[in-house]
Design a protein around this ligand. Structure first.
Ligand code: 3HC
Length: 282
């Protein structure tokens, strides 16, 4: 199936990154937010990333202008009617996702594919919440979307062969490296990453070392771009806690159980960079 027009639901951290990458790859891209304030904030994030890219010599003026020229923002779901694919990147709430899928399906063509960027919800359950479970799949991007080249492509039990193929080809057309991941909590990357992050917290609580030294150890000793606590703050402690709970609920393995300190930090509102306080203060 030929994709020309891309819809993105949500212009938060992930949605704005996905919209930017789609527009930069030459797709006419329409990003939808719930209200004007959220839309303006998301568009401002995209403009800043592009402007920073120009200042760093990573993005040409031409690419900057082409990307913005391909991009439109809206608060009206009906404006997505031309879209060949709609990528959902809204809050991780099943009821909210169900409601938006219903609104999207009322607007788009029957053949339009809907994909979710969820990091934790079951793709088959989301597909079943639509009237097109065969034209639905997972496209899981990584933060920051503009810089991380991986996309996990997840087929629901109901995803058709054609949809799976289109999703993989679409991810590659964005300049990303697609990998096929199973519809199981955490897919591939978070299945391995989250237990590692939880382990870092558990071992810190047991006195393994200071936060700074553990981070320095993994960064300089293993060549990871960020140590586990910097990465936890970057991903968000609330997000990590949420994913861990879903994984623990499904697999019942202790390695997925969120450690007590993580739970308390989330309850205290220490969610990482976005709240200016996590394992570090920003
Ligand atoms: N436009 C274009 N390019 C830009 C840019 C911009 N606005 N800003 C930075 N860049 C380029 C830089 O020029 C640089 O390019 P180079 O490698 O060719 O020199 C590159 O991007 C890296 O940028 P910086 O040098 O400014 O920053 P760092 O080297 O510190 O890297 C990082 C930043 C890429 C975020 C790196 O720290 C990293 O990879 N961290 C780990 C991130 C990670 O693990 N993400 C996944 C989280 S898990 C997830 O998302 C799943 C979810 O479900 C939880």
């Amino acid at each position: 199936m030929a994709i020309r027009t891309v819809g993105v639901l949500g212009c938060g951290l992930m949605g704005s990154g996905i919209a930017q990458v789609a527009a930069a790859s030459g797709y006419k891209t329409i990003v939808r937010e719930v209200n004007d304030a959220a839309l303006q904030a998301g568009m401002a994030r995209i403009k800043k990333f592009l402007a920073d890219g120009v200042a760093k010599g990573k993005v040409t003026e031409e690419a900057h202008n082409k990307t913005l020229g391909n991009l439109t923002g809206t608060t009206n779901t009906a404006d997505l009617k031309e879209c060949d694919i709609v990528i959902e990147a809204i809050v991780e709430n099943l009821d909210d996702k169900r409601a938006i899928y219903q609104a999207v399906e009322a607007a788009v063509k029957p053949e339009t594919i809907i994909a979710s960027n969820t990091s934790s919800l079951c793709i088959t359950e989301l597909a079943s919440a639509t009237g097109r479970p065969d034209r639905f799949g997972g496209l899981h991007f990584f933060n920051p979307v503009q810089l991380m080249t991986l996309v996990e492509v997840i087929r629901a039990l109901t995803t058709s062969e054609e949809t799976g193929k289109t999703l993989t080809e679409f991810a590659a057309s964005l300049g990303k490296e697609p990998i096929a991941a199973p519809d199981r909590p955490g897919f591939i990357v978070n299945r391995l990453l989250v237990p590692y992050l939880l382990d870092a917290i558990r071992e810190y609580e047991r006195g393994l070392g200071t936060i700074e030294d553990i981070d320095k150890g993994m960064k300089l000793g293993c060549g990871y771009p960020m140590g586990p606590f910097t990465l936890l703050d970057f991903v968000g402690l609330d997000t990590t806690y949420y994913i861990a709970n879903i994984m623990f609920e499904e697999f019942r393995e202790p390695r997925f159980a969120p450690p007590p300190l993580l739970k308390r930090m989330v309850l205290a509102g220490y969610h990482g960079r976005k709240t200016r306080r996590g394992f570090y203060t920003y």
